[in-house]
Design a protein around this ligand. Structure first.
Ligand code: HEM
Length: 161
């Protein structure tokens, strides 16, 4: 065992963290949708947001160990545009994944939390149901996009085209 193995070990831990999120997200989301009681919905939405907090840590572990892997494999930044173009592409896809997971998706989560608060009041907005449907569809799209992007990342790593 050498330092490269240590770096790979942490990289795979990071991969595990990301897959935990990819699986837990839709399961909690399903609970959120099935629940009719607003308070229970709020609880599920809160759980989804807390689980989402794992994503910055997973991302950090992946970035640090990924850089470690690059160092041990002597891959330079210049190589990302040439002999290691697969890794350049992987990083590009990873950045899109980060943008969805840490900026776009949390924004929808906040909008949903605000809407739930309004629905919990005595006079809920008339179009609350429609708004919720639209936010739910956005969330479904994010889950789908996240899965596709991570699968693309794993395939790029495996086949290094
Ligand atoms: C969702 C994000 C990521 C996933 C799912 C992922 C997945 C993987 C997997 C499964 C491996 C194979 C490990 C092995 O060969 O045993 C790997 C290797 C590697 N990853 Fe990542 N990774 C991600 C992000 C990153 C990032 C951000 C970087 C760079 C900063 C990076 C750089 C590397 C490098 C250099 C290797 C070694 C490739 C080789 O063996 O030739 N990865 N990654």
């Amino acid at each position: 065992m050498n330092w490269f193995h240590v770096s790979l070990f942490f990289h795979l831990i990071g991969v595990g963290m990301i897959f935990t999120l990819l699986l837990a997200g839709p399961i909690i989301e399903a609970n959120f949708r099935w629940e009719n009681d607003i308070r229970m919905k709020q609880h599920a939405a809160k759980m989804l947001r807390s689980v989402g907090l794992l994503s910055p840590f997973g991302a950090l572990v992946l970035i640090l160990s990924g850089i470690g892997n690059m160092v041990f494999l002597h891959i330079t930044v210049g190589n990302l545009f040439g002999s290691a173009a697969w890794l350049g592409l992987k990083l590009l896809v990873f950045i899109v994944l980060l943008a969805i997971g840490m900026v776009i998706s949390p924004k929808t989560a906040r909008q949903r939390a605000m809407l739930l608060d309004q629905m919990n009041q005595i006079n809920p907005p008339e179009d609350a149901g429609e708004k919720m449907e639209s936010l739910n569809s956005k969330q479904t799209l994010f889950f789908l996009a996240n899965w596709i992007l991570v699968v693309v990342i794993v395939l790029l790593t495996l086949f290094k085209p």
